[in-house]
Design a binder for this molecule. Structure first.
Ligand SMILES: *Cc1c(COP(=O)(O)O)cnc(C)c1O
Length: 391
């Protein structure tokens, strides 16, 4: 589909292929394999000399529709759909790195990504250095001759630190490395890292791309020369996106932009309200003028996104009191849903690291994170006010 179409149009139309039945809505192809017209065609399909589906570990028409639509939204040449966000990061690493290579990753990344780079890839001879802080200079200082990949997530979880994608891409490229950006929090509706100079975009489609908390999925996007290497790993090893999940997320993409805009607007309103509450010490949200990187965020993102965190006055007891008085917000660490969720990072997502490491990372006992959904903001405020009054 033509790149000339606007984002909204691509979100509902890009990638669609109709069958002989000419269905209006994208079809779900639940089939593990495909039939060939002749022995000769089977041979051509297997050798890759003829395009076409062979086996759903390699390709499936519904999965291809999802991948093509997401590629159009990110402005990417290639997209490989995976079983989950972590499968995307694993496939990227296995497809593009080899023993002896080095990765420079931000310290402020998803916990499982940290485990992958810090504990699993070293078993295969790939080492990593974690950078504390957002300054591009710190990434430059961590590069070695062996660095092949720089990996960031922006805004970060849960403190919403913003990383300058264009500046870090320049640093990575000067050092001969690729830049991969986990674009889970903003999605292409709010931020397009490839246009800012990144080489690869990673998605956990489990979050906003589905947007309704139903299925797991993921994707790796970038130049075709890169995604082809990732696809080779996937074809052989199988952490492929299922057709059913692809079909669900394909339909999720159709409402991505209006959901992200509405959830962002809700988050800005909630963040402003929280800033005015006497029981709240500090609010972290890139859409607020008080955020230290507000200007950068507004340059690189269309809005602040739908995740905020805040510090209540007091320690764990005070924070837990707020959580425990919520009747509407879901107490869960998941995010990206139309239903708002609240989590206490120090005792859940960041509970396995030491108290000292948490303190160094700025994740205190009073910190709470909210992934804001589509409920009325006044109802969310009322839900929080109950606990905040007791802090
Ligand atoms: C959830 C998440 C992942 C992992 O995705 P899964 O689909 O759960 O495997 C990676 N990065 C970020 C930022 C996430 O929030």
């Amino acid at each position: 589909m033509s790149e000339d179409f606007q984002f909204e149009t691509l979100a509902v139309r890009a990638g669609q292929e109709r069958s002989q039945f000419n269905e209006h809505s994208e079809a779900l192809y639940l089939t593990s394999s495909y039939v060939f017209d002749s022995a000769a065609q089977a041979a051509l399909r297997f050798s890759g000399d003829q395009a076409g589906n062979v086996y759903s570990r390699f390709t499936n028409p519904t999965v291809t529709m999802f991948a093509d639509r997401l590629a159009a939204l990110e402005g990417a040449e290639g997209c490989v759909a995976t079983a989950s966000g972590m499968a995307a990061i694993l496939a990227m690493a296995m497809g593009l790195l080899k023993a002896g290579d080095h990765v420079v990753a931000s310290q402020s990344i998803f916990g499982a990504t940290q485990q992958l780079f810090g504990n699993i890839l070293p078993k295969f001879g790939v080492s990593s250095t974690f950078v504390v802080g957002t300054e591009p200079e710190k990434f430059r200082a961590a590069l070695t001759e062996k660095t092949k990949l720089v990996f960031i997530e922006t805004p970060s979880n849960p403190l919403t630190e913003v990383f300058d994608i264009a500046a870090i891409a320049a640093v990575a490229h000067a050092g001969g490395a690729l830049l991969a950006v986990d674009n889970c929090f903003c999605t292409p509706a709010l931020q397009r890292p490839l246009q800012l100079g990144a080489d690869l975009v990673i998605h956990s489609a489990t979050k906003y791309l589905d947007g309704q908390g139903r299925v797991l999925g993921g994707a790796v996007l970038g130049r075709k020369s890169l995604t082809d290497e990732v696809l080779k790993f996937l074809r052989t090893t199988g952490p492929t996106l299922s057709a059913f999940n692809a079909w669900i997320i394909l339909k999720g993409l159709e409402t991505l932009k209006i959901r992200m805009e509405a959830q962002s607007a809700n988050t800005l309103r909630l963040a402003s309200w929280l800033e005015a509450q006497p029981a709240v010490q500090r609010v972290f949200y890139p859409g607020l003028a008080s955020h230290p990187q507000h200007a950068l965020a507004m340059r690189q993102q269309a809005s602040g996104g739908a995740i905020l965190s805040f510090v209540v006055k007091g320690e764990r007891e005070a924070a837990w009191r707020v959580v425990d008085h919520c009747k509407l917000l879901s107490i869960t660490a998941n995010l990206g849903d139309t239903k708002s969720t609240i989590t206490h990072p120090a005792s859940t997502t960041h509970g396995r690291i030491t108290a000292e490491a948490r303190a160094a990372a700025g994740i205190g006992e009073g910190l709470l994170r909210i992934a804001v959904g589509l409920e009325a903001v006044s109802d969310i405020e009322a839900d929080l006010a109950r606990g905040l009054a007791l802090v």
